[in-house]
Structure formats: structure tokens, C-alpha cells
Design a binder for this molecule. Structure first.
Ligand code: SF4
Length: 535
């Protein structure tokens, strides 16, 4: 595999070769996890799949909160292209609002760039109040806002006073950081500073949890909640799929945080632990084995015989309901190979799900993950911030004396960590990848095409930008951001829906017609007669 990687890289000019080489590793059988370069600036002109800071902040973390009006301050493009394209589903709670289907923009024009856009932003907030009367508003900055110096924080503070609702300003201009990742961090900081801990609800159930970094794509959160509620858990808040501002304000009332997408939400998980004493555990609800492992880990943390019993009963019921289908699906998919290239967590999560059906992942990578998502959190102290990450605030939180609770004593925490290694930790993608697998950070278009030509995978999981380029090469490509408008893929039922979708894609009769018959079969048939005879 190393030779294959070198062959792909040798086409680059020397400087590009040197940079890209550090972003590609081949897993080998040594016990050492190899170091990968990640979360650094994209090489200009290389056709990356990455997005911007605004996409990570408003598009991923803030946008799914259903009962807020999310105003995008900027020219119309940033808003329009993000309108309804991320399938974070939401339904209104009893008597509450749901604004998910709307797209709110200040639609900045030339005069706003020249004279400033604050006036227009104030007007947009007023219109949102008059028309929708929401209980909270967010303002997300786009590229020009930071450059012309609009003070969205001052406008937000003014609006809070005037309308008596919470108005959150996010300074998530697209050029900050190197990818969506900076936007996640900015959103996390704002929630900790201004939202979490402000609620006063009381919860009488024993097993109160928050689901962090789960965005309800295609209904995933609902499927996870269905399983958790069946066992007896009470979901206090989800951040932020199908999330509501009031639930998030009360997130400090839970006694365990489940972290599904480590990249986008680990900051909040860590800061909640420091401020309120709530432990977090890395979970994975994608794949049968991973879901079972997660549910058992949770039961171990609570260490309540009633919960443990209920957990096993639910696992048995859920597995029994899909067992027959799993056998059939595995028979059809076993032995196939896959590439996985998704944002910051799915390339790891889906390896487990694919393995359930006997599909091996031979190449995987992330758009915007950091070294800890690849190599595990142990490497965090060795990560040196560069100029691009230094301009994102590293928030330092302190113990909230009033609301801090000791949920797990130090002694019990240490003991539990041996049994539940994912308690307060994430081991990363590389550890669970198979030997000889290629792992690539910020995969670009040239590398995608070349690795497909060499390794000939049966399926490629990625996003909308590369889907059709890959399918034109005759390889089934399935979107793991939008699920190709299907889902849910999480939990037990989701695993079956996923495998059925993959099966339909791989066995679609169209693949037989990619190569026209005249390229593989003779056009005319004839025989050569002996001398003197007619042809
Ligand atoms: S890079 Fe700037 S202009 Fe482009 S979507 Fe992001 S915020 Fe908008």
C-alpha cells in the first residue's frame, strides 16, 4: 500500500508532495499509532471537499435548533446554498415553534458593504420579531461582516434588551480557521457561555442524559431516542438535532453526556464536565455491535441492576427483530470493499456498520478532523496550534459552585475507565482501522480518482461534490452526509435501512451498461473461407 501511496503522490510538484505526504498514512501492524497531519490550511487550487467556518457553526451546530430564528448576516449565497440542504430533521414540541424550513438572510448589498450592515441587521431582527415572535434568535456572520467591521455582538445585545429574548451572535466568518471545524468551536463556546446552565427545570427520573453531537440527519436522533427511551433513559437535551433552546439551557441537569460526533462537540463535553461535574462518554450508535457496546457501556456507568437488566432485554428484542434481514443482507454484501470519506466522525462510525455486513473499508479519511480524531485524545497535549487555529478562542471554564455535582467519585471514575475505555476518552479512527488501510486527511479530487483507479473499491461513501464524479467512473457512490435523502441509519433499524440502500446501489442494473458493448464484444461476426471461396 505504501508503494501505491507514493505512486499517487509522485505526480505532485515538490512542495505539494511534501505537504500532502504528511496527510496520508498507511496503517501497519506496529503497536505505535502513526502520526498524521490534520487541521492545517488547504492547498489552494487542489479541489478540496472542505467547507468554511460559517458552515460548521451555523450549518452544523446552531442551525438545527428548531425554535430559534437563525439570521445569516451576509450576501445571499451563504444562506441560499445552505437552505434545507443538511437534513437535520425537526418537529415542533407541543405548542412550540419550528422554523427549520425557513432561511433568513440580511441579503447584504453593495451599499451595506460601503456604509456598514448593522442597520439592516437591526431591521432583520425587527422583522423576525414582528412575523415570527421567536423565543431566541441567532446571528451568524459571513465573510464580509468581519472585514467591514459590523459589530454583530453589539446589535445582539441591543436586541436582547429591546425584545426581551436571547439573541446569540456568532463571529463565524467563513475565512476563520481552515475548515468547518473552527465554526464548531465558536458555536460550542457561545453555548457554554450563554445558554447551558440557564435553565431551571427539575427532572425526577434517575437516568438523565444529553445526546451531544447528534444532528438528526434523516431521523437518526429519533431512532437513537426511541432505543434510549425504551430502556428507560430520559433525554434532557440533544445538541443539536431536533434541539430546542429551552432543553439546551437545561443540559446541566443531566448526569451523563453521550458524545456521538467527537469533532463537533468535544469542547462542550469537556467544559460541561469541568463546570458542572457531568462525565461524558464517547458513544457510537452507528452499527449493531457499536450500538450494543454503547448501551452496555452506559449501563456500566450507571451501575444499576434495573438498568442493566432492561438494557439486555431491549438489545435482545431489537436484535431478534432484524436478525433474519441481517443474514440476507450480509450474504449479498460480504467480501466487498469500500472507501469512506466524510466530515469529522462518520468515516470511523460507519466502518463498524459496514463490517456487520462483511464489507471491508480499505481507505478512509476526514475533511476537517484533528489529530485526536485520527490518533486518539492522548495526543492532544502534543498538538501545536498554528496561526490558523490560534484565532479561535480557547475558552477556560471554571467550576460552577452552585450547580456542580459529583456524579462519579474520583475513585469510581478511575475504576470505571478500565471497564469503559471510552469514558472521557476517544481512541480515534486509526486504532480501529485494519492493517494496510490507507487513511487520508483532506482528500482531494485528484487523489480520489487515482486511488479509485488503483484500488477499485465496490463502493465509495462521501458527499454530493464527489458523488457523480465517482459514479461516472462506474463505482457506486453513496452520500453519508445526506444519506442520499434516505435514513435513519442509526441504531438497529437504521442499520437495516442503510444496508438495503447500499444493496440497491451496488446491484443496480445500470452498472452493467457503463461500458458500451462495442468495447467488449466484436461488432461483426464472420468466417474466412478457404482460398477461392467467397467470403
Ligand atoms: S466562505 Fe464566506 S462566502 Fe463562502 S459560504 Fe462561507 S461565509 Fe459564505
Amino acid at each position: 500500500m505504501k508503494k501505491i501511496v507514493d505512486k499517487v503522490l509522485e505526480k505532485y510538484p515538490a512542495k505539494t508532495f511534501k505537504t500532502r505526504k504528511k496527510h496520508i498514512i498507511v496503517k501497519d501492524d506496529s503497536y505505535e499509532i502513526p502520526q498524521i497531519e490534520a487541521n492545517t490550511r488547504t492547498i489552494p487550487g487542489i479541489i478540496t471537499n472542505r467547507g468554511c467556518c460559517y458552515a460548521g457553526c451555523k450549518g452544523v451546530v446552531v442551525g438545527p435548533i428548531k425554535d430559534m430564528v437563525h439570521i445569516v448576516h451576509g450576501p445571499i449565497g451563504c444562506s441560499y446554498y445552505a437552505w434545507g440542504t443538511r437534513r437535520n430533521k425537526a418537529k415542533a414540541e407541543d405548542g412550540e415553534d419550528n422554523f427549520i424550513q425557513y432561511c433568513f438572510s440580511t441579503d447584504m448589498q453593495e451599499s451595506d458593504i460601503v456604509f456598514g450592515g448593522e442597520k439592516k441587521l437591526r431591521q432583520a431582527i425587527k422583522e423576525a420579531m414582528d412575523l415570527f415572535n421567536p423565543k431566541a434568535i441567532s446571528i451568524s456572520a459571513t465573510c464580509p461582516v468581519g472585514l467591514i467591521g459590523d459589530d454583530i455582538n453589539a446589535v445582539a445585545a441591543e436586541a436582547e434588551k429591546e425584545y426581551g429574548i436571547q439573541v446569540l451572535a456568532f463571529n463565524c466568518e467563513g475565512y476563520k480557521g481552515v475548515s468547518q471545524s473552527a465554526g464548531h468551536h465558536i458555536a460550542n463556546n457561545n453555548f457554554i457561555k450563554n445558554v447551558i446552565g440557564k435553565g431551571e427545570r427539575k427532572y425526577d427520573k434517575k437516568w438523565n442524559i444529553n445526546l451531544l453531537g447528534e444532528y438528526n440527519i434523516g431521523g437518526d436522533t429519533w431512532e437513537i431516542e426511541r432505543i434510549l427511551k425504551k430502556i428507560g433513559y430520559n433525554v434532557v437535551a440533544t445538541l443539536t438535532g431536533d434541539g430546542s433552546i429551552e432543553n439546551i439551557r437545561n443540559a446541566h441537569k443531566a448526569n451523563l453526556n453521550l458524545v456521538q460526533c467527537h469533532r463537533s462537540i468535544n469542547y462542550i463535553a469537556e467544559m460541561i464536565e469541568t463546570k458542572y461535574g457531568i462525565p461524558w462518554v464517547k458513544v457510537n450508535f452507528i452499527g449493531i455491535d457499536a450500538t450494543i457496546q454503547t448501551l452496555r457501556d452506559m449501563a456500566k456507568i450507571y451501575d444499576d441492576p434495573e438498568l442493566t437488566k432492561r438494557t439486555e432485554e431491549v438489545i435482545a428484542e431489537e436484535v431478534a427483530a432484524i436478525e433474519g434481514e441481517l443474514v440476507y443482507l450480509k450474504q449479498r454484501l460480504e467480501g466487498k470493499t469500500a472507501f469512506l470519506y466524510v466530515g469529522g466522525s462518520r468515516s470511523h462510525h460507519y466502518q463498524n456498520l459496514l463490517a456487520t455486513f462483511g464489507v471491508e473499508t480499505v481507505l478512509s479519511g476526514y475533511e476537517f478532523a484533528h489529530r485526536d480524531d485520527y490518533e486518539g485524545r492522548d495526543v492532544i497535549p502534543t498538538i501545536k496550534p498554528d496561526a490558523d487555529s490560534k484565532n479561535i478562542e480557547e475558552l477556560k471554564v471554571e467550576k460552577d459552585e452552585e450547580n456542580y455535582r459529583i456524579i462519579l467519585s474520583e475513585e469510581r471514575y478511575e475504576k470505571l475507565k478500565k471497564d469503559v475505555p471510552s469514558l472521557g476518552n476517544y481512541a480515534g479512527l486509526i486504532k480501529e482501522s485494519k492493517n494496510n488501510n490507507i487513511i487520508i486527511d483532506d482528500l482531494n479530487h485528484y487523489e480520489t480518482e487515482t486511488f479509485i483507479k488503483v484500488l477499485k473499491p465496490d463502493m465509495f461513501f462521501s458527499g454530493i461534490k464527489d458523488k457523480y464524479a465517482v459514479q461516472k467512473m462506474g463505482v457506486m457512490s453513496k452520500q453519508l452526509h445526506s444519506y442520499d435523502y434516505s435514513g435513519p441509519y442509526a441504531g438497529f433499524k437504521g442499520a437495516v435501512i442503510f444496508a438495503k440502500d447500499v444493496l440497491a446501489g451496488v446491484y443496480t442494473p445500470g452498472w452493467r451498461y457503463v461500458t458500451p458493448p462495442w468495447k467488449t464484444e466484436p461488432l461483426i461476426e464472420g468466417t474466412i473461407e478457404k482460398e477461392g471461396a467467397a467470403c
